[in-house]
Design a protein around this ligand. Sequence first.
Ligand SMILES: [Zn+2]
Length: 199
Amino acid sequence: MEDRVVWNASKNGSFSVKSLYNILDSGGAVPFPWRIIWSPCMPTKVGFFAWEASWGKVLTQDHLKRRGWSLANRCFLCCEDEETINHILIHCPKAKVLWNLMFTMFRVNWVLQLTVKDTLLGWSDSFVDKKRGKIWRAAPLCLFWTMWKERNRIAFDNEALSIQRLKTSFVCNLSSWTKSCLDGEPHSLINFVDWLGSN
Ligand SMILES: [Zn+2]
C-alpha cells in the first residue's frame, strides 16, 4: 500500500473535529494503549505482561541494577547490548527476526518506535480488514510473550530455541490464541499464514 497520513485519534484513521475535541477534553490523561493490551483474543497472562512491559515494570537486569544489585548487564538473547524491556521486545536482533516475520506475513512495511508503549500506541490497523485486524492487534502481544519466554528459558534453564523454532513458536501461538476470534476458520496453520497474506 502507498504511504498515507493517518490520524491516530479516530478509529478509521481520518481526521474529525470530534476526535480532536475528545483528545483536548481528556483532562490531561496519559495516553495508554489499553485497547490493544486488553484484547479479547489473547490469554489474560499475555495482556498482563504487555501491560507491565508498557509501564516499564518488568524485572529486567536494568531494574535489578537500579535496586542495588551488582551485575554485568548483558542481554541473554543476543549477548551484545544491555538488557532493558525495550531492548528485549523491540530492538534485540532476535526480536527483529520475529518482527520481520510478522510484517512479511501481513505484507506490510512498518517502522517500530523506541519503546514498547509507543509501539503499541502507534499500532494502527487501518490497512487491514476487520478479521485480520484482530490478528494484527494481537500479534505484538504474542511476540512480546514469545520473546519473554525465550529470555527466561535462557536465563533460568540455560536452553535456547533455534531461530527456526522461535519463529514456529510465535506463529503457532498466534494461530491458536486467535482461533476463538475467527469463527472456526482458517483450519490449519498453513491456511492461517496464507490467509494473513491474502489481504
Ligand atoms: Zn539482545
